[in-house]
Write a protein that binds this ligand. Structure first.
Ligand SMILES: Cc1ncc(COP(=O)(O)O)c(C=O)c1O
Length: 481
């Protein structure tokens, strides 16, 4: 047991040991029946004579705080907690230290909320279909001595096998130009964005992102001192003409705009790349969920279109394809940023957990990832089809569905309903056990439009039917008032 007793500058050493152990017992930091170190061991740890410790132990023993069993050692008495009342916690003065004001603006994540009966939250894959068996096997393999090796720190760029597997995967499925050397394995998208921001942004630099859009990157860029501007989104995605000219970094979700769901057509993509070239800006392409596609021709990544200019950093995540709790993602840096990306990763957290990386590498190499994607694609396709057909059929008088053929959510704009009535619908939906998000929660600098965002990663086809039937009742009730 690690037992910390401070004797610095004390005179009555036995008395001090006695008092600190007694307090630890009364405050239940030392629990009944817990074994104390032997007097010899304790004396060695504290750098005092054994007699000093023995005197303290005898005093504790005579007052009933500890018991000793010959040969077995000294234990915290289980009477101690009963005989003596636990010491009242003294209210300790708080620290005068204060966080920088920027942290006041950051909400604590609400991701921990209890799921509702009808869980239409966005961005959550179906945990019940996670390939548990395969992962148990692969993780167990990583915790064998031969796999752990000498246990030394690894490369900040990540597990070599995983980088090779990812380079191949994104080349085939997303048209991304990547060699393993371009890849840094990260703790999800969020860390990849942090790395890119640290490489490129000085305090005061301007960042532009989609509005409505994904809030965590905005909070991240602001926390690093950037000036962040939300740029309007139309039916083709980010409106390039509205980008402020001094923008240094543009963060976009071109394959499946978050949260509206449209895919950026080729002409707009080319316009964005052209804009970045003319304004000497970098683009971060967040391709968070487009492995799931349900129609239309896949459009190659922005990064793949940008071979000549190399202004795009591509960011991918395993949060939707596998699980967000794995915290596994990656970035593909152009050669000019490659070393810096590894340096940032090194100074911020050295590297992502190697056993997890190795397990994922094997999962991809053994063809299990491709199989899982095929399976999930057909599961999500059925759900996407169910949600969109119900919205088109039963909500025609209230909602305009935004066409979308990828990912784990859809969005719809509200029509023919006032803001007040729509608020009633949202409140009623919450009461009916439906978790969904209003579009206004994704809005930054523009006036919020009335709309809904519905995820189907965490809800099956039956749940979708029943949940949407209840949602329709909420609309009907609000309409009737
Ligand atoms: C737009 C967008 N990007 C990325 C992610 C995934 O982030 P991470 O990889 O940090 O879990 C999400 C998750 O909801 C998202 O909505």
């Amino acid at each position: 047991m690690e037992l910390y007793v401070s004797l610095t500058g004390r005179k009555d050493l036995s008395g001090e040991i006695y008092r600190q152990l007694r307090r630890a017992i009364l405050e239940r930091r030392l629990r009944p029946d817990e074994r104390l170190p032997s007097t010899r061991e304790f004396a060695r740890l504290l750098g005092v004579s054994r007699t000093t410790v023995t005197v303290a132990f005898e005093r504790l023993w005579s007052e009933g705080f500890v018991t000793s069993h010959t040969g077995a050692g000294t234990f915290v008495s289980h009477h101690a907690a009963v005989v003596r009342r636990p010491a009242r916690r003294r209210s300790r003065p708080d620290s005068p230290l204060r966080p920088r004001a920027v942290w006041d603006a950051v909400p604590l994540s609400t991701a921990f909320e209890r799921p509702a009966d009808f869980d239409f939250r966005t961005g959550i894959p179906d945990v019940s279909l996670f390939p548990f068996e395969s992962w148990r096997r692969l993780i167990a393999r990583q915790f064998q001595k031969t796999s752990i090796g000498d246990g030394a720190y690894g490369s900040p760029a990540g597990h070599a096998g995983l980088r090779t597997a990812i380079a191949r995967h994104v080349a085939v499925s997303r048209g991304v130009h990547a060699s393993p050397e371009d890849i840094v394995i990260t703790s999800g998208t969020q860390q990849a964005l942090d790395i890119v921001a640290r490489i490129l942004l000085a305090p005061g630099d301007r960042v532009a992102l989609e509005d409505p859009g994904y809030r965590p990157p905005r909070l991240l860029f602001e926390s690093l001192g950037a000036r962040v501007r939300g740029v309007a989104v139309d039916r083709h995605g980010l409106v390039v003409d509205q980008l402020p000219s001094a923008t240094r970094v543009v963060y976009v979700t071109p394959s499946h705009q978050y949260p509206l769901g449209m895919s950026m057509p080729l002409a707009r993509r080319l316009a964005l790349l052209d804009w970045a070239e003319r304004h000497n800006a970098a683009i971060i392409e967040d391709d968070y969920d487009s492995e799931f596609r349900f129609g239309g021709r896949p459009i190659e990544s922005l990064q793949g279109l940008d071979v000549a200019r190399r202004r795009v950093v591509y960011v991918g995540s395993f949060s939707k394809t596998l699980l967000p709790t794995l915290r596994l993602g990656f970035l593909v840096a152009p050669p000019a940023l490659r070393d810096a990306a590894q340096r940032v990763k090194y100074v911020t957290d050295w590297h992502t957990a190697l056993p997890m990386q190795a397990a994922l590498a094997a999962f991809i190499e053994e063809g299990l990832f491709a199989r899982h994607l095929r399976k999930m694609n057909s599961v999500y396709r059925a759900r996407h089809q169910k949600v969109t057909s119900i919205l088109e059929r039963d909500f025609a008088e209230y909602l305009d569905l935004i066409p979308s053929a990828a990912g784990l959510h859809v969005a719809a704009m509200v029509r023919a309903i006032s803001r007040e009535r729509f608020d009633m619908v949202l409140a009623e939906a919450g009461q009916s056990g439906i978790a969904l998000r209003s579009l206004s929660t994704f809005t930054f600098d523009h006036p919020p439009r009335l709309g809904l965002v519905l995820g189907y990663g965490a809800i099956g086809v039956d749940g979708i039917e029943e949940g949407l039937a209840r949602l329709r009742d909420c609309f009907a009730a609000a309409h009737a008032t």
